[in-house]
Design a protein around this ligand. Structure first.
Ligand code: AGP
Length: 607
């Protein structure tokens, strides 16, 4: 998604903070860069297609003067990456500069109206209609704030907007609907950004703008008001405990590697969640006649694993659903007796928020698990829980996956207890195993770093991977596949191993690499059969199994041996860690950037 940064400061040049702020948002994915500043009432704008470093250097952006400005990194939704389509966009006489993250759904009708009035457009973006609409409104002898409010009431769609204008050279105007926007304040001035990491070096006092709100930023602070009726909104700032370093790489080559190795700590934090939040969510879950687990991407894989855990530990049937399919599949059947537990690292995923809208409209109870304080998901959920993974900057989700499954496992244990589904001994044993999860992950990552490096070297030229698992390990296989697919771009399949004979096995031939996830447990005998099936057709067998599992080791060409004693029902949390590392190593060996895979964004806030 687009990166947004704006500031009004007492000391220093705005452009330095803007470019640094945009760099901390690079993980959001982008194709163009642009900056606008005002100095002595004069606007200057420099922008182009390309990465921040090259545009900053080619256009000498750091020469731009002024202590007020904004910057943008664009992730194209309308119009190809080009200088003309890069933000900021302006009105006819470049007195208004505007940057935007989101999608204006009614921009074509607005554009037609402006074209009839003689406006000329330089870009093919939806965004460019907005400064021209503001220009039109200001012809009614009203100020910029009023003009902006009128325009905002006409827009349909999602936006995080930042407006700079020579009409009001000491103010920045921001507005939000669905696309995230956070405000910050310090002794040196005020700031706005699409995400917290961009603000952290300047302040940890932040306020999240909410849907349908606008704010006017000045050097001493900001005032929030509702777009609908201009009522003023009083809101406490929140202190973000993440230090800038936490959001930086801390010596690792990539954020993804740092975040893989952060998992022992993030899982320990996950085991220290506030009891009352876990209990509250569990109580709501317990009351549902039907339970949906709704999420996208990796978060969906957490839900898939969670559905096995809820079934096996708490004897609860839950329906994992991909967010973008929820409306079609259950939009007309979800109802007052339904509980919809949504999982989203960013808390801003468009598809997940749309599923929530539908569920709420049908009077279902919506619960949320997210990693992002103040995100939209926290406000639209009846009850929510912050998974405490810490900032995850790498586009590929790693530690947030293991945290999410851990939360779902803790909820399942509470439900099993409240429903009397397990004996106290069984509960105690599972809880003891849960407490060991962080250590198992740490032990695996330490012991397997070299074997994984060697394994990656041996398969780096493969052109197809097939990941297979049975039962809960099918969720682990799907997540491992997604990691490899999204950062190495190697075509990869993943499905429940039992499905092979119903079609997919036709793709197996000499040398195709099959990766089997086979912890000790109920499904292990079946997975042996699946391995034999593939082996007999010439597949190369890589297995991740328990240390010393001689049958699996004998059948496999290469093995990843995991610590003993990990219960199958908790295995996704631990078995995924070496697979994350394998995907990372493969990407780096291929000369790819695992933090910013092509075509992807950290948070997909558009339909
Ligand atoms: C996973 O590595 C990807 N980053 C992507 O699939 C992601 O999990 C998905 O977009 C959902 O994001 P969310 O958890 O923020 O809702």
């Amino acid at each position: 998604m687009c990166g947004i940064f704006g500031c009004i400061i007492r000391e220093g040049e705005a452009v330095k903070l803007i470019t640094d702020g945009l760099k901390r948002l690079e993980y959001r994915g982008y194709d163009s860069t642009g900056v606008a500043t005002i100095q002595n009432g004069q606007m200057s704008i420099r922008k182009d297609k390309g990465r921040i470093e090259e545009v900053v250097s080619n256009l000498r952006i750091l020469d731009m003067e002024g202590q007020i400005g904004l910057g943008h990194t664009r992730w194209a939704t309308h119009g190809a990456p080009s200088m003309e389509n890069a933000h900021p966009h302006t009105d006819s006489n470049e007195s208004i500069a505007l940057i935007h993250n989101g999608v204006i759904e009614n921009y074509l009708e607005l554009k037609d109206e402006l074209l009839e009035k003689g406006h000329i457009f330089k870009s093919r973006t939806d965004t460019e209609v907005i400064p021209h609409l503001i220009e039109e409104e200001m012809k009614n002898d009203i100020g910029l704030q009023e003009a902006m409010l009128r325009v905002l009431r006409r827009l349909r769609g999602s936006y995080a907007l930042v407006v700079l204008s020579t009409h009001e050279p000491d103010r920045i105007f921001v507005a939000r609907n669905e696309s995230p926007l956070v405000l910050g304040i310090s002794d040196n001035g005020t700031f706005c950004a699409s995400d917290v990491p961009a603000l952290l070096p300047y302040t940890n006092q932040v306020t999240y703008l909410r849907n349908g709100e606008m704010a006017v930023m000045e050097i001493d602070g900001y005032q929030i008001l509702k777009i609908s009726d201009e009522t003023r909104v009083g809101r406490e700032t929140q202190e973000i405990t993440w230090s800038p370093e936490m959001a930086e790489k801390q010596g690792y080559k990539h954020y993804m590697l740092k975040e893989i190795y952060e998992q022992p700590n993030s899982l320990k934090d996950g085991l220290r969640l506030q009891e009352r939040y876990l209990d509250l969510l569990t109580q709501f879950l317990d009351r549902g006649k039907e339970v949906f687990l709704v999420a996208a991407g990796t978060s969906f894989h957490s839900c898939l694993a969670g559905s096995y855990i809820l079934s096996k530990i708490a004897r609860i049937t839950s329906i994992p659903v991909v967010s973008s399919e929820f409306m079609e599949r259950y939009g007309s059947t979800v109802g007052i007796d339904s509980v919809v537990l949504t999982v989203s690292q960013s808390g801003e995923t468009y598809d997940t928020l749309k599923a929530i809208d539908q569920a709420r409209m049908r009077a279902a109870t919506v619960l949320g698990i997210t990693n992002t304080v103040g995100s939209t998901l926290t406000r639209v959920s009846r009850a929510y829980l912050i998974q405490q993974s810490g900032p995850e900057i790498g586009v590929a989700a790693t530690k947030t996956f293991t945290s999410q499954v851990l939360v779902l496992a803790q909820m399942a244990l509470r439900l099993a207890k409240s429903r009397g589904k397990l004996s106290q001994d069984e509960l105690d044993e599972l809880d003891e195993k849960l407490q060991k999860v962080p250590d198992w992950v740490e032990e695996s990552l330490e012991k397997l770093a070299d074997p994984i490096e060697k394994l990656a070297e041996s398969i780096m030229d493969e052109e197809l991977f097939v990941f297979l698992g049975r039962g809960i390990s099918s969720a682990t296989a799907l997540e491992a596949r997604l990691k490899v697919l999204e950062i190495t771009y190697v075509p990869s399949l993943a499905y429940p191993a039992g499905e092979s004979k119903h079609g997919p096995i036709s793709i197996i031939e000499d040398g195709v690499t099959c990766v089997f996830v086979c912890p000790q447990g109920e499904t292990r005998p079946h997975i042996v059969g699946s391995i034999m099936e593939m082996k007999s057709r010439g597949a190369r067998i890589i297995s991740i199994c328990e240390e010393g599992d001689s049958d699996i080791i004998r059948l496999s060409d290469q093995v990843i041996e995991m610590p003993k004693g990990i219960p199958e029902v908790l295995s996704p949390i631990v078995y995924i860690a070496p697979m994350q590392l394998l995907a990372y190593k493969l990407a780096v060996m291929k000369g790819l950037d695992p933090d910013m895979p092509r075509n992807l964004a950290k948070s997909v806030t558009v339909p």
